[in-house]
Design a protein around this ligand. Structure first.
Ligand code: C2E
Ligand code: CA
Ligand code: CA
Ligand code: CA
Length: 279
């Protein structure tokens, strides 16, 4: 018992209480951010072959902090994923994306699907599907205008639950995309067990695909795999013409990246959706 007591005492070291304070500080900051509209979404087009042919958009969160300025998602999403805060952020993103769809539709613009990034923790929660379906009804938006991007690692943690949730999402006509494909665990058996629609080749393979044969081979393998499983393939992080040309020659037709379009605020997307021709 004495030993135990000592361990307990050690728990409250200055270092630990610092971590605890930091954690509560972070939670408060996220709550403030949600309450006072510090978050916003930008949208990056996915194109079919050419810059002009916009097939869809990916919503990406931005945090405009009152004193720290613009904080990139990589600096707060992983920390939010360690707590329930990520569900609140993800729900905010879904709500905003669907509200945006409604606004563009009400403006008479051509509507394309919007993909949102969801954390795996939230994907398997009981509240996700009811939340989405309630929002789709409230805004009068078809499920086929929403797409969900999840990373590979997530899928393997609780595959049975993933299959269930994804089946429910499919019933709503929502498409499911595997993000950062090729960077996670290498078990491929889940690909055929899950009702997936899209594979996104990770930008780390795209980056050197025009310069290194190994990277080109990996892209080619992923493209063939997607094709044989009847999945749509998207290359992300495409920055140059040689990268796009190489990927085209390997059979990829859908692209996302700075070479085509940067992530943009909604007003700039609206201009593009007016200007582009329907394919
Ligand atoms: P991701 O889902 O893989 O998103 C792609 C990232 O690559 C985005 O960074 C995007 O701005 C960036 N990007 C786009 N084109 C290019 C390119 O040509 N070259 C390069 N080098 N980068 C490009 P961002 O917006 O900083 O997001 C980083 C990550 O944060 C995302 O990676 C995603 O995992 C996460 N994230 C972003 N928004 C959300 C969100 O709303 N919810 C959740 N849960 N995660 C999000
Ligand atoms: Ca993504
Ligand atoms: Ca990605
Ligand atoms: Ca990524």
């Amino acid at each position: 018992a004495k030993e135990k007591g000592r361990d307990n005492a050690q728990f409250f070291t200055p270092e630990m209480s610092n971590i605890v304070t930091k954690k509560f500080g972070f939670e408060k900051e996220i709550n403030d951010a949600l309450a006072s509209e510090q978050f916003s979404l930008v949208f990056q087009p996915k194109v079919f072959m050419e810059k002009e042919n916009i097939l869809g958009l990916e919503a990406l969160i931005r945090w405009n902090h009152p004193t720290k300025g613009l904080i990139p998602p990589a600096d707060f999403i992983p920390m939010a994923e360690e707590s329930n805060l990520i569900s609140r952020i993800d729900e905010w993103v879904i709500d905003q994306a669907l509200l945006q769809q409604k606004a563009w539709r009400d403006q008479g613009l051509r509507i394309v699907p919007i993909a949102v990034n969801l954390s795996g923790r939230h994907l398997v929660s009981d509240s996700l599907v009811p939340y989405i379906s309630q929002k789709l009804i409230a805004y009068g938006i078809d499920g086929c205008l929403l797409e969900i991007e999840i990373t590979e690692g997530v899928l393997l943690q609780d595959i049975q639950r993933c299959i269930e949730v994804m089946a429910e999402l499919k019933e709503l006509d929502i498409r499911i995309s595997v993000d950062d494909f090729g960077t996670g665990y290498s078990s491929l058996s889940y690909l055929k067990r899950l009702p997936l629609d899209i594979l996104k080749i990770d930008q780390s393979f795209v980056e050197e695909c025009d310069r290194h044969i190994e990277d080109a081979k990996i892209c080619e393998t992923i493209i063939h795999l997607a094709r044989s499983l009847e999945l749509v393939i998207v290359a992300e992080g495409v920055e140059t013409a040689p990268q796009a040309d190489m990927l085209k020659s390997l059979g990829c037709e859908i692209f996302q990246g700075y070479y085509f379009h940067n992530p943009m605020i909604s007003a700039d997307i609206a201009k593009l959706l007016i200007a582009d021709h329907v394919i």
